[in-house]
Design a protein around this ligand. Structure first.
Ligand SMILES: [Zn+2]
Length: 207
């Protein structure tokens, strides 16, 4: 490849600036991912290095650690590096109303290292993962977001603004519940087996 030596190599840091604030977990610049929509804190950016997603303005690492800390000793994360997140994009069920930090295992690893902790183990949560992937598929056909999980009391829904939209959402959810489940099953099984499951439970340990 005679031209290979002329290929410019731009380090990720070169992308840092007001438009690309540093990732709270690893310090690399964040890049735009999704536009803002009702129910979200703002536009969503993501880190190309550790995978962390940030809805709205990124805060300090301590803030992201606090949000993780609220989830207890064994934090459970909606995995932004999952098949469901890649497949669903703006429809990904992990984009819950009001969510700020959208974690990956790697971003948690980077964050907890700041307080001398390591991710001792990671475990795929099959039932929660299947529900999240199922809901992600349904989100692609509804006006609202996470309508089914909200109705089942398994999360918060961002309902569609108009009554007629909400009626269509309810109908679509009922009619497509089983077909969506039949697609979600193999997708989530493949995700779980390759470390890209939708929901992961982590065990943290002090060094
Ligand atoms: Zn990062």
């Amino acid at each position: 490849m005679p031209n290979a030596q002329h290929t410019p190599v731009v380090p990720l840091e070169a992308g840092a600036g007001p438009e690309n604030p540093p990732c709270p977990a690893c310090g690399e610049p964040l890049f735009g991912w999704l536009s803002p929509r009702p129910g979200l804190r703002g536009a969503v950016s993501r880190c190309e290095s550790c995978g962390l997603g940030v809805a709205g303005e990124p805060g300090e690492p301590e803030e992201a650690l606090r949000e993780l800390g609220h989830r207890g000793e064994r934090p459970r994360i909606a995995n932004r590096a999952s098949f469901a997140a890649s497949l669903g994009s703006a429809g990904w069920a992990g984009l819950e109303p009001g969510a700020h930090y959208l974690f990956t295992v790697e971003s948690v690893r980077r964050l907890v290292a700041r307080r001398d902790q390591v991710v001792k183990s990671r475990r795929w949560a099959p039932a929660a993962s299947l529900a999240a992937t199922w809901q992600t598929l349904l989100n692609s056909v509804t006006f609202g977001h996470n309508v089914a999980l909200g109705a089942l009391g398994r999360g918060e829904a961002a309902k569609a603004p108009e009554p007629w939209q909400r009626r269509i959402d309810a109908l679509a959810t009922i009619v497509l519940a089983i077909p969506a489940l039949l697609i979600a099953l193999p997708v989530e099984l493949a995700g779980g087996l390759t470390g890209r499951g939708a929901v992961i439970t982590l065990r943290l340990e002090l060094l």
